[in-house]
Design a protein around this ligand. Structure first.
Ligand code: NDP
Length: 315
C-alpha cells in the first residue's frame, strides 16, 4: 500500500514542495493539514498534484480544540498514519505586540511549538499502530534557533532561560509572553519556538524510540528565502534577503530543492536513524548536524516537556 504522511502547513513553501515531491512518487498519500482549505486546494492543484495522491484536512494550530478535532477527523477517515511532519510555522519579526492563540498563549510559540506538541503526542498513538516498515515523526528545526552557527548568532538570539514565561502560560498578563520571561520580541519568539521544536524531537526520541521503533528527527532544510515565512518582514528585507542568501551566505535553497530534502527525511531508507538533526552541504548531500548547547540540553528538554504537557492539557 501507499504510505500515508500528514504534513502540517502544506499550503505553501516547504510543506507544499515536500507534499508535491512525495505525491509525485505515487508511493505516498499526503494529508495536507492546513488552516485555509481553499488556499491548500488551489496550491495542490497549481503544484500539479494528482487528486488520488492527496487529501486536505482542516487544522488550525492556533487552537488546541482544532488540533483535537483534526486528530478525531483523521481517525474517522480510517487511514493509517505512517509519517507525521510538523512543518507549519509563523514568524512575526516586525510585530511590536504579541498576539495570542485561542488558548491564550503567545502566537509564535503557541502555533510552532504547543499546537504541534499536542498533535505529536496524540498522533503518536496512531503511529504506533501503523504496520508501515519505517514510521517517522519529523519536526522542522532551524538554524536561527541554533546559537552554535553564524546565523544563529544574529540578534536577537534564541534563549529559553529558566522557562518561567512558558510555565506561566505565555499569556502576557500574569506571565510574560516570552518563554524566558523577558520583553516581547517577535523574532526571538520564533527562534525560541524552533529551539522548543528541536528539544521536543530529542525528548520524543529519548522517551519513545526504543519501545516503539519510531524514528524521530528534525532538520534544517537550508535557507528558503522565498517562502511565505517572511511575509511579515519589511519590504526592503523581502527584496534583499533572497539575493543575500544566494550570493553572500550561499545558504539559499529553492523551494523545490528544500521540498526534496524534506521528502528524503520522510521516505529515504538512508535517513531512518532516530534522534538526528539533518542538514545538507552545498552539494545537497545530507549529514547529521550538531545542535547548539541549549538545543541539546536534556534537562531543559524534560522541563519543557513537563510544562508543555500541562499547557496543552495532557497532564
Ligand atoms: P511558509 O510561511 O511558506 O509556510 C508555513 C505554513 O504554515 C503555511 O502553510 C501556513 O499556512 C502554515 N501555518 C501558519 N500558521 C498556521 C496555523 N495556525 N495553523 C496551521 N497552519 C499554519 O513558511 P516555510 O515553508 O518557509 O516554513 C515551513 C517550515 O520550515 C517552518 O517550520 C519553518 O520554521 C521552517 N524553516 C524555514 C526556513 C526558511 O528559510 N524559510 C529555514 C528553516 C526552517 P497558510 O498558508 O494558511 O498561511
Amino acid at each position: 500500500r501507499k504510505g500515508v504522511v500528514v504534513i502540517t502547513g502544506a499550503s505553501s513553501g516547504l510543506g507544499l514542495a515536500a507534499a508535491k515531491a512525495l505525491a509525485e512518487t505515487e508511493k505516498w498519500h499526503v494529508v495536507m493539514a492546513c488552516r485555509d482549505f481553499l488556499k491548500a486546494e488551489k496550491a495542490a492543484q497549481s503544484a500539479g498534484m494528482a487528486k488520488e495522491n492527496y487529501s486536505i484536512m482542516h487544522l488550525d494550530l492556533a487552537s488546541l480544540d482544532s488540533v483535537r478535532q483534526f486528530v478525531h477527523g483523521f481517525r474517522q477517515s480510517g487511514r493509517p498514519l505512517d509519517v507525521l511532519v510538523c512543518n507549519a510555522a509563523i514568524y512575526r519579526p516586525t510585530a511590536r505586540k504579541p498576539t495570542y492563540t485561542a488558548d491564550g498563549s503567545e502566537m509564535s510559540v503557541g502555533v510552532n511549538h504547543l499546537g504541534h506538541f499536542l498533535l505529536a503526542n496524540m498522533l503518536l498513538e496512531d503511529l504506533k499502530k501503523s504496520d508501515y516498515p519505517s514510521r517517522r515523526l519529523i519536526i522542522l528545526g532551524s538554524i536561527t534557533g541554533n546559537t552554535n552557527t553564524l546565523a544563529g548568532n544574529v540578534p536577537p538570539k534564541a534563549g529559553l532561560g529558566d522557562l518561567r514565561g512558558l510555565a506561566g502560560g505565555l499569556d502576557g498578563r500574569n506571565s510574560s509572553a516570552m518563554i524566558d520571561g523577558g520583553e516581547f520580541d517577535g523574532a526571538k519568539a520564533y527562534k525560541d519556538s524552533k529551539i522548543c521544536n528541536m528539544l521536543t524531537m530529542q525528548e520524543l526520541h529519548r522517551r519513545f524510540h526504543e519501545d516503539t521503533g519510531i524514528t524521530f528527527t528534525s532538520l534544517y532544510p537550508g535557507c528558503i528565502a522565498t517562502t511565505g515565512l517572511f511575509r511579515e518582514h519589511i519590504p526592503l528585507f523581502r527584496l534583499l534577503f533572497p539575493p543575500f542568501q544566494k550570493f553572500i551566505t550561499k545558504g539559499f535553497v529553492s523551494e523545490d530543492e528544500s521540498g526534496k530534502r524534506l521528502a528524503q527525511v520522510v521516505a529515504d531508507a538512508s535517513l531512518s536513524k532516530s534522534g538526528v538533526y539533518w542538514s545538507w552541504n552545498n552539494n545537497s548531500a545530507s549529514f547529521e548536524n550538531q545542535l547548539s548547547e541549549e538545543a541539546s540540553d536534556a534537562v531543559k528538554a524534560q522541563k519543557l516537556w513537563e510544562i508543555s504537557e500541562k499547557l496543552v492539557g495532557l497532564a
